[in-house]
Design a protein around this ligand. Structure first.
Ligand code: HAX
Length: 437
C-alpha cells in the first residue's frame, strides 16, 4: 500500500467505528432541524424539497398527481388493443396535473416523433466507444454529446430573462424525451446486435416505436413497454436520480446536463442498476443449484450466503416504502396475464413468498418487501431481451418523463439553487460535548 493510501486507511478505519458509535449513542439528538442520525443517514425522512409530479406513501406506494398505479391503469389512455397505459399519458399528467384524453396522447406521440431526430455526431461519439462500454455509460455519454442542441444553454448565453427559463427548459425536455428512445435503441443494437440498426416507425406511439427500434415487434412486448415506461417514470423527488436532476438543474445547468447527471445516479446498484443485478443474482443461484425453480430451503440458504458475503439482496428493500412496491404488483399482474408459466417469472414469485420473511428475521432491514426492480428483468427475458446490462437504460428512458416534467416546474416556479448545510464530525463532537455541558 502506498504511503498516502496507508495514511488514509489508518485515519478512516477508526473514524468509521467512531461515527457508528456517535450515531448509536447520540443519533436522536437534534442538530438544528434534523437529528444526528439523519445528517449521517442519507437524509431519510427530511421534508425539504417540493416536487409536483408525484408523492410516495410508505405503505400505499406512489401516487402520480394523486392517482395510484391501479387507478392510472384504468384511467390513462391506451394504444389500440393494448391492456396497458400509454407513457405519453403519465407525462401529460405529471406535467399538467390533469388526466389526458386519447387525442392528447396521440398528439404527444406525433410531437415526440417530429422532435426525435438525433444529430449524427451523437452516433459518432457512441461509435467511438469500445463495444464493451456499459450501456449506462454509453447512455450518459450520448446525452452529454446531445447537449450541443440545448436551446436553454443557447438562450442563456444570449441573455435570457428569468421569466423565460421554463420555456427553454420545456423545449429541451420535449426534445430529450423524443430523442432518448432512438439513442437507447442505437446503444442496444450496436452493443448486442452487430450494429444493425432499425429505423424508427413514426406511425407507432413513443413506447411501441422504442420497442420496434430495439427489434421487438410482438404486440405483447409493445404493451409491456407501455407499462414499463409508465411505472418507472417517477417516484417523488427525493430518490437519487430525481434528486440529482433537481439539484444539478437548480444551478441552471440545462436539461441535458441535469438529466445526464441523474442517469449517472440511476446507474448505481443500490438504485436503478438493481434491475440488472436481480437477474444476475437469480441466474447465479440457478447455476449453483443446477436450474429449475428453487425450493424454500434453497432460497433461504442462498439469501443467507449472499448476506454472509457482505452483499445485499437486489430488488428487496427501500428507503421509503414499507410494503410491497405497487410497481412490483403491476408487473406481477402483467405476468399473470401473459406468461403465468414462465420459469424465471415463477422464480421471482417463489422469491416473493420466501425472501421477505428471511430479511424480516434479520431485524435490521426496515423494508423486507420487493421493489420495482425485483420483477422487471424476468418480463424482459421472457420476450428475449436477455442482455441485462441494458435494463437500466430502459429505466432511464422512462425516468426522463418524471424528472424532466419536474425540471419544467422547477424553472416555472423559480426554485432556487440547492444548497443544504453540511457540518463535520469534529463539529458534531463539539456540539455533543457542548450540549452535555
Ligand atoms: N439485502 C440485504 N441487506 C439490506 C437490504 C437488502 N435488500 N436492504 C437493506 N439492507 C441492509 C442495509 O444495507 C443496512 O445495513 P447496514 O446497517 O449494515 O448498513 C440495513 O439493512 C438497514 O437498511 P435500511 O434502512 O433498511 O435501507 P436503506 O434505506 O439504507 O437502503 C436500499 C435502501 C434500497 C438501498 C436497500 O434496501 C438495498 O440496498 N436494497 C437492495 C438494492 C436494491 O434493490 N435497490 C433498488 C431500490 C429501489 C430503487 O431505487 N430502484 O431503482
Amino acid at each position: 500500500m502506498g504511503i498516502v493510501k496507508e495514511k488514509f486507511r489508518s485515519v478512516a478505519t477508526p473514524m468509521a467505528d467512531e461515527v457508528k458509535n456517535i450515531i448509536k449513542e447520540h443519533g436522536e439528538k437534534q442538530l438544528d432541524t434534523v437529528t444526528i442520525s439523519q445528517a449521517y443517514g442519507g437524509m431519510r425522512d427530511i421534508m425539504s424539497m417540493v416536487v409536483e409530479t408525484s408523492l410516495l406513501d410508505p405503505i400505499e406506494g406512489i401516487r402520480f398527481r394523486g392517482y395510484s398505479i391501479p387507478e392510472l391503469h384504468e384511467k390513462l389512455p391506451r394504444a389500440e388493443g393494448s391492456t396497458e397505459p400509454l407513457p405519453e399519458g403519465i407525462f401529460y399528467l405529471m406535467l399538467t396535473g390533469e388526466l389526458p384524453t386519447k387525442e392528447i396522447t396521440t398528439h404527444l406521440s406525433t410531437v415526440f416523433a417530429k422532435r426525435s431526430v438525433v444529430p449524427k455526431h451523437v452516433f459518432d461519439v457512441l461509435d467511438s466507444l469500445p463495444i464493451a462500454t456499459h450501456p449506462m455509460t454509453q447512455f450518459t455519454t450520448a446525452i452529454m454529446a446531445m447537449q450541443t442542441e440545448s436551446l436553454f444553454a443557447k438562450a442563456y448565453r444570449k441573455g435570457m430573462n428569468k421569466k423565460d427559463y421554463w420555456d427553454y427548459a420545456f423545449e429541451d425536455s420535449m426534445n430529450l424525451i423524443a430523442r432518448l428512445p432512438r439513442v437507447a435503441a442505437y446503444i442496444y443494437r450496436r452493443t448486442y446486435k452487430g450494429g444493425v440498426h432499425i429505423e424508427p416507425d413514426h406511425y407507432l406511439d413513443w413506447g411501441a416505436n422504442f420497442a420496434h427500434m430495439l427489434g421487438f415487434e410482438q404486440n405483447e412486448f409493445h404493451w409491456l413497454m407501455h407499462l414499463y415506461l409508465t411505472i418507472h417514470a417517477d417516484h417523488e423527488g427525493g430518490n437519487l436520480s430525481a434528486h440529482t436532476v433537481h439539484c444539478v438543474g437548480s444551478g441552471l445547468s440545462d436539461p441535458y446536463l441535469a438529466f445526464a447527471a441523474g442517469m449517472n445516479a440511476l446507474a448505481g446498484p443500490l438504485h436503478g442498476l438493481a434491475n440488472q443485478e436481480v437477474i444476475r443474482w437469480i441466474q447465479n443461484m440457478q447455476t449453483e443449484l443446477g436450474g429449475g425453480v428453487p425450493t424454500k430451503e434453497q432460497i433461504t440458504d442462498y439469501v443467507n450466503k449472499t448476506m454472509a458475503e457482505g452483499k445485499v439482496i437486489p430488488g428487496y428493500g427501500h428507503a421509503v416504502l414499507r410494503r410491497t412496491d405497487p410497481r412490483f404488483t403491476a408487473q406481477m399482474d402483467f405476468a399473470k396475464k401473459y406468461m403465468p408459466h414462465d420459469e424465471l417469472v415463477n422464480i421471482v414469485w417463489a422469491l416473493y413468498e420466501v425472501v421477505p420473511e428471511i430479511l424480516g428475521s434479520k431485524g435490521k432491514i426496515k423494508n423486507p418487501w420487493p421493489n420495482v426492480d425485483a420483477h422487471s428483468g424476468a418480463l424482459l427475458v421472457h420476450y428475449g431481451l436477455v442482455e441485462n446490462d441494458f435494463y437500466t437504460v430502459l429505466f432511464g428512458v422512462s425516468r426522463a418523463l418524471g424528472v424532466l416534467a419536474q425540471l419544467c416546474w422547477s424553472r416555472a416556479l423559480s426554485l432556487p439553487l440547492e444548497r443544504p448545510k453540511s457540518v463535520t464530525t469534529a463539529w458534531i463532537k463539539e456540539f455533543i460535548a457542548t450540549n452535555k455541558a
